[in-house]
Design a protein around this ligand. Structure first.
Ligand code: NAP
Length: 306
């Protein structure tokens, strides 16, 4: 979904907020159909360990969004010092609970817990975050599984804007398991010519200037300036960075990895921060949960409808 640019020169805004709202409405309608066919609601279990304020906000908004999409939300809050065995026992219980279609463990976990072991304990068929190695492997070899929510949301915005990505040059900056690598895989599957850049990449601005599609997933405020961008490129800004408070502000502004105002003068289209990729992540989580519910119940769903 694009909004008309206010001036002839400025890039179009890729309105992730509006796109995500539409996706959530579609998921909600299909979740009602699922309930009628399966005789139960789809269900998402979210596990939060500790009392990190940002994580509490994320978990709260995921719960509300799940209920608003006609699905059950099961929240499990565990203390900061919970033993690893207790967390693994909860995951085992959720794996075998037929009312639970998707399981999400809010990251990061406290340092004494082994994040990889926790992710590995989630049934791959309920791993709606797509972080399990089985799902990473399925994505890599082109089998149906679960794709991490943020890169799948970016792909939806890209295909909505550009249609066929075949032959386009794409540069993904960042190679994390949750954003950069799956993003690159999805672009490759869509027949783009993909470069993955990272902290050791030489001549990064020059590499990025080749790109028709730039996906920035770094975590460095406004690192990407206008002279990095090929005129007309489509720019997806995954980064979420808080600037230090300025001039009487209680909290600093949220910005992306892209210097929005200057890049907007040269790009063809760009996602804002906030209101771009962020809202897509939660909408795709709901989408993945609904897909999991259909698979778990053996009910057909035209997944490309979502
Ligand atoms: P991450 O695990 O910290 O990975 C950052 C990547 O950026 C790494 O691959 C790193 O390279 C690379 N990098 C760091 N400095 C660089 C530099 N100067 N030049 C080029 N590459 C550099 O982060 P992440 O989890 O992927 O998240 C990235 C950003 O996206 C963060 O701001 C995060 O908050 C945001 N995010 C947003 C959403 C959303 O819903 N919108 C979801 C997830 C993440 P090396 O591998 O060489 O270290």
């Amino acid at each position: 979904m694009t909004c008309a640019a206010p001036t002839a020169r400025a890039a179009d805004l890729l309105d992730g907020k509006a796109f995500a709202l539409q996706l959530r409405e579609k998921v909600g309608a299909l979740a009602r159909d699922f309930q009628a066919r399966a005789g139960r609601k789809a269900g998402l279990a979210v596990v939060l360990v500790g009392d990190d304020p940002a994580s509490q906000v994320y978990v709260g908004s995921k719960g509300k969004a799940t209920l608003a999409a006609n699905m059950n939300s099961f929240e499990h809050r565990l203390p900061d010092d919970v033993a690893g065995e207790e967390l693994l026992a909860l995951i085992a219980q959720l794996n075998s609970d037929p009312a639970v279609d998707g399981i999400l463990v809010q990251l990061p976990l406290p340092a004494h817990l082994d994040e990889q072991a926790v992710i590995a304990a989630i049934s791959p068929d309920k791993d709606v975050d797509g972080f399990h190695v089985i799902n990473a492997g399925r994505l890599s070899v082109g089998q149906a599984g679960f794709v991490p929510c943020t890169p799948l949301g970016c792909m939806m915005l890209l295909t909505d804007r550009l249609g066929d990505l075949s032959g386009l040059e794409a540069v993904v900056i960042g190679r994390s398991n949750i954003v950069g690598k799956p993003m690159a895989q999805l672009l490759l599957d869509a027949n783009a010519t993909v470069t993955i850049a990272h902290s050791q990449t030489k001549n990064l601005p020059e590499v990025v200037r080749r790109a028709d599609i730039v996906v920035a997933a770094v975590g460095r405020a406004e690192m990407i300036g206008r002279d990095w961008i090929k005129p007309g490129a489509t720019v997806i800004d995954v980064g979420i960075n808080r600037l230090p408070p300025a001039g009487g502000e209680a909290k600093g502004r949220l910005v992306g990895d892209v210097a929005f105002d200057e890049v907007r003068e040269v790009a063809g289209a760009i996602t804002p921060v906030p209101g771009g990729v962020g809202p897509m992540t939660i909408a795709v989580l709901l989408r993945n949960t609904l897909v999991a519910a259909h698979r778990n119940a053996g009910i057909a769903l035209a997944e490309n409808a979502l």
